[in-house]
Structures are given as C-alpha cells and as structure tokens.
Design a protein around this ligand. Structure first.
Ligand code: ADP
Ligand code: MG
Length: 254
C-alpha cells in the first residue's frame, strides 16, 4: 500500500470505550487528491474514526500517519489536536459555525491562518495575496455575489458552503466532512456534491454520508468505504459496494 501518492495511512487501529470495541483492526489508505466517501450504519464507528484522525480521540493500538508532500511522515497519534489542525487536517462538523454578525468576506478573512484568533484579527489588514485567496475561495464555494452579505442572513446551505470555504482558506491537506448535505434541500444537496467534486484533486477529502443519492453523485468512479462494527466491511466503487451482499445485509437492511 505504501507509495508516494498516499496522504494518510491508518493501520491496525483499535479503540475500546468502557469495554465496547468501537474501532476494530481498522486499515485505511487515502491517496493524494482523492475524494473518499465513508458510509455505514449508525454506531459503525465513523465519527470515532474522524475523531482519531483529528487527535480528539486516541487509538489504543495501531498507527495513523500523515504523509507530507515533502516526504516526511508524521505520526498523528503523537500530536496534540491543535497541532494536527496546523498540519493541515481540517474538519467540517455538521452544524455550521460561521460568525453570523460578519460578512461572508470577513468570515473568510478571519479564517486565514495569519488572521486567526479574534484579538489579532481585529488589527489584521489583508494583503493582496489574502484578497486573491479569498476571491478564489468565494468562486469555489460560489458565494462571490454574496460576499458583502451578513453571514447570519444566509440560507442553511450557503452557511455550510461558507464554512467549507473557511476551511479552504487554510489550504488543508486533508478535509474531513461529516454529513455535508444534512438538512439541505435537493438543490442545495446537489450543489454541495458539485462543490466537493470540484475540491478533489486540489485537496484530499473524506466525506461521511448517509444519503445514497448523494453518495452516488460524489463517488462517481471513486472509492466508497463501508464501515461496520468499527472495521472496513468492504471498499470499492459505488456500484460494487451497493451490490455487495454483505453490505446489503448490514447496511441497506435487505
Ligand atoms: P457512527 O458515527 O458511525 O454512528 P460512532 O463513531 O459515533 O458511530 O460510535 C461507534 C460506537 O462507539 C457507538 O456504539 C458509540 O456508542 C460508541 N462510542 C463512541 N464514542 C464513545 C464514547 N466517548 N464513549 C463511549 N462509547 C462511545
Ligand atoms: Mg456519527
């Protein structure tokens, strides 16, 4: 599995909570620029897996390694959570947390690595590079027209895109996204899928999702990983996974 094109390797990971095995001998490899979708029934260990990548939860055994483009390997199990964020692993939670009183533009400005932290950001003046970066992100999340709108006035979907944009400002190596389409209209869901697809290649992404129409849209020819009882039940293209009898039994319930 090892190769220069991997960005993340997870090997032999286990995690037990009060005697309950939440993650069991989990192996997972993410390639540079890949968009990986993770599905699995409730309690399969999806959120725990994300928590381990970001350092919120520590594995009992096993390794989590970030492969930097310069060839260095970083043992994530030995890094503090804030350091893992600084290493370029960004996580988008389900609930959007934007600065509701600020404009779309200022939200993106405030999330630039140099401007982060409210105290310093009060005195922060953006550079030409910053403005270009923000303009680029605005185009990507398709909120250019709403750049001067107050974030609190955006729709639920627009807030989610803005939050993705705030993470993109930091140019993450790996972007983790937990149920990005939850609570969205069909149209917003589709647009969210297009946004995630447009990020692949430039970023490496792991997307946890339940909505099978959405999974099919974003997976295209990419890999889908099915988690079950804390381990990988199967991995493959959407059609392979969907027609796998084991998957149908545990996940689709038929
Ligand atoms: P998923 O996100 O796939 O629904 P989770 O990762 O949230 O699954 O949970 C996997 C299992 O681990 C569940 O049975 C859950 O109850 C258990 N679990 C998760 N976090 C904790 C915790 N902090 N303490 C105890 N049990 C936990
Ligand atoms: Mg979960």
């Amino acid at each position: 599995h090892r190769g220069t094109d991997l960005v993340l390797s997870v090997e032999g990971v286990n995690k037990t909570f009060d005697g309950f095995k939440a993650i069991s001998d989990l192996n997972f490899y993410l390639a540079e620029g890949e968009l990986r979708t993770i599905i699995g029934p409730n309690g399969a260990g999806k959120s725990t897996f994300m928590d381990m990548i970001t350092g919120r939860t520590r594995p009992d055994t096993g390794s989590l390694t970030l492969h930097k483009p310069d060839g260095h390997d970083i043992d994530l199990t030995k890094q503090a959570e804030y350091k893992i964020t600084r290493l370029g692993i960004a996580r988008k939670f389900q609930t959007p947390s934007v600065y509701t009183q600020h404009t779309v533009y200022d939200n993106l400005l405030l999330s630039l690595p140099r401007a982060r932290g409210l105290f310093s950001s009060l005195f922060y003046r953006e550079s030409k590079e910053d403005r270009e970066r923000i303009d680029e992100v605005l185009e990507t999340i398709r909120l250019t027209e709403l750049r001067h709108s107050i974030a609190g006035a955006l729709s639920h979907g627009q807030k989610q895109w803005l939050e993705i944009g705030m993470l993109l400002s930091q140019q993450p190596a790996v972007l983790l996204v937990d149920e990005p389409a939850a609570g969205m209209s069909d149209d917003e869901t589709h647009r969210t899928g297009e946004l995630l697809i447009s990020l692949a290649g430039k970023h490496s992404l792991i997307v946890i999702e339940h909505d099978m129409t959405f999974v099919k849209q974003i997976a295209r020819d990419g890999k889908v990983t099915v988690l079950h009882q804390g381990t990988v039940l199967c991995e493959g293209k959407f059609d392979e996974v969907q027609s796998n009898p084991k998957v149908r039994e545990v996940y689709l319930g038929r």
